[in-house]
Design a protein. Sequence first.
Lengths: 417, 346
Amino acid sequence: MKRLLSTAALALCISAPAQATEIDVAYAYSSLFDPTFEEIMQDFTEAHPDITVNFRTTYEQYEDGTNTVLREAVSGDLPDVTLQGLNRQAILVDRGIARSLEPFIEQESDFQKDGYHEAMLDLSTFDGEVYGLPFAVSTPIGYYNMDILNEAGVEEIPETWDGIVEVCQKINANTDHEAIFWYWNITGNWFLQSLLWSQGEPTIADGRFNFDNEAGLKSLQTMEKIFDGCEMKNYSNADARKSFSSGQIGMYFTSTSSVGFVDSNKTGDWTFRTAPFQGIDGPPEALPAGGNAAMLVSDSEDPEVLQAAWTFVKFITSGQGAAAVARTTGYIPPNKAANEEILVDFYEENPNKETAVKQLPLLSEWFAYPGDNGLAITQTIEDHMESILVGDVEDMEALQQQMVDEVNEMLPEPEGS
Amino acid sequence: MSDASLKAPSLLPRLPRLARPAVRADTPEASRARTGVLFTLPAIVLMLVILIVPILMAGVLSFTDYSLGRAGFDWVGVQNYEHLLSRSAYRSMFVATLTYVFVVVPASVGLGLGAALLISSLRVGGDFYKTIYFLPVMAALLAMAIVWEFALHPTLGIVNSTLAAGCDIGWLRGLLTGAWLGGDPAASWYGQGCADGFPLWLGDRDYAIWTLCFIGIWQAFGFNMVLYLAGLTGIPRELYHAAEMDGAKSGWERFRLVTWPKLGPTTVFVVTITSIRSFQVFDQVEALTSGGPMKSTYVMMYAIYEKAIQQNLIGIGAAITMVFLGFVLLMTLIQRHLVERRVHYS
């Protein structure tokens, strides 16, 4: 209902002037991004009255978004602009659905000045060409209920997972609150990839699952330590988020994207703080970038439509459009100009949202598993992580070997072998 | 008018002529048969297009590794079916589906019959109870699933917070922990819940499938009740009078000798439809557990959705679909068999 209403509201905002160019746009996670697009569209309609934007039904999540576009490509009904998960761009480029943005970037005289900088564009660059402009970027962070931590006798937030486990044990011993929810099953094995990246290891190297090493084993052992040492329960994320917002869980680890949710749903009088993600032996060396990027998937050959779509893509990823992302969600706009010029005061007033900005230098690729079985592999890895959580597996080395074997069997044979 | 358009319909009447060669083409019987075939043609075409052809296509795809969006596919033989038998995830799938069916069908049929008997014996207030029991059937299950999600939240939900509230009331706690029987309060289910928190109804594999079964029964039995109420109105009062004259004095005897046999056809129908609907359970699973924890609620419909829609693996999804159709077909055949053996006295 909420989605319907907001879509209707959006449609009303965009009353079309005569002979406007129409473009179709679709994005994911309506509960997070509806307010963002409402705000953006007010400015956009003012700046570009000659472009009419039709929003399609929102995708439930990123996997749904990718599948929808794949289906639409078969049936010839693609939107002009789609917002895709950062780890799902490659498949659209591989299948020739996404258009290269290079011809449009060439026309722009001050593209660098608009705040697009190399590291961010790298996330959407394939074979040397830019295919997407990141729209909302997230990194994993920790959410803390400082009242529970203080009650347990903890003043400082530790920098390693061992430290977090000690905090858990203090919370379990000294308070009657749940200690932790660590969102192990977040989309795309994001947390497993975070543990690997925090040790400087990519999840996929040369087309194989890069898990048959010390870093892989340490990741599994760290997870076991957190699940067992903290006596973490198998909450669903939705339940955990509600519990944390109502002050019942001490620590909650997830993407920065939920800061907005906690801010607006917080009940009770307690101090909410966020802090950077922990590492295994010290601060993390790198972290996977979550979030989504705007891609041009139009099958129109009309240059006016393409130009209008590009105008929209550029508008939402720079300047006030990008700033709206930070103001309405917990995501950060991957745009230097927006972060450093427009949003300076905003971050001073909202330090909880700044944690992710501080982690920007660590930003690295969020891997999608290549091949037809990509999504099935994500599920397989998730199933194995769950077996640690429910205590079915004791031997982490055996589990590591099993995961490596299963995943590599599902991956396509690397080329040239 | 071309020759072709005149000839085209004349191909069809050959079917009956082949079946009954004795009838000559120009007899009234043949002409009637021809018209008959023409009349059923739209239905046959529709059935072919929207039912038979898709099933055949799914059958063909189940022998391939087709993935949505890819140009071609490879034949993989019975590999998909082999996986269904050998992989532990699919074993969990059969366990979850059959558990659900064998719990929900007897319970919701039994409760439906019980409620119908009780309501039909009421002089006043029958409509009130009918409405209450039928409400869950009318409600959209997906919306209801969200309500259940709130109710079953581990700490904030009404179920666990009510249970937890009982812990602070001394006599109630004593009663529920079994302390009055001399048991050890800390060892009982309730005592443990008070100490370590009450179960995650949807997040604990020892509970999740039973919780879904409970929701399934809650949702289904009102429908069965209505069917049984309809069945009950069809039993002539005279039969009860006759049974009483023949010596069936107790209510149980009247039920055993008159009501139950006369409800035979209704029961066959109710059991079949409930079984098929239980095999099809999906909404609650998708909304509440996504097949977890540890695949304990990984029912067939959800598996088809996960493989074919979420993961784009059409081949394996089609194979599960074929097995699913097999189950449903089996249910239907059993029903036909029972109906043909005339379970009812008429």
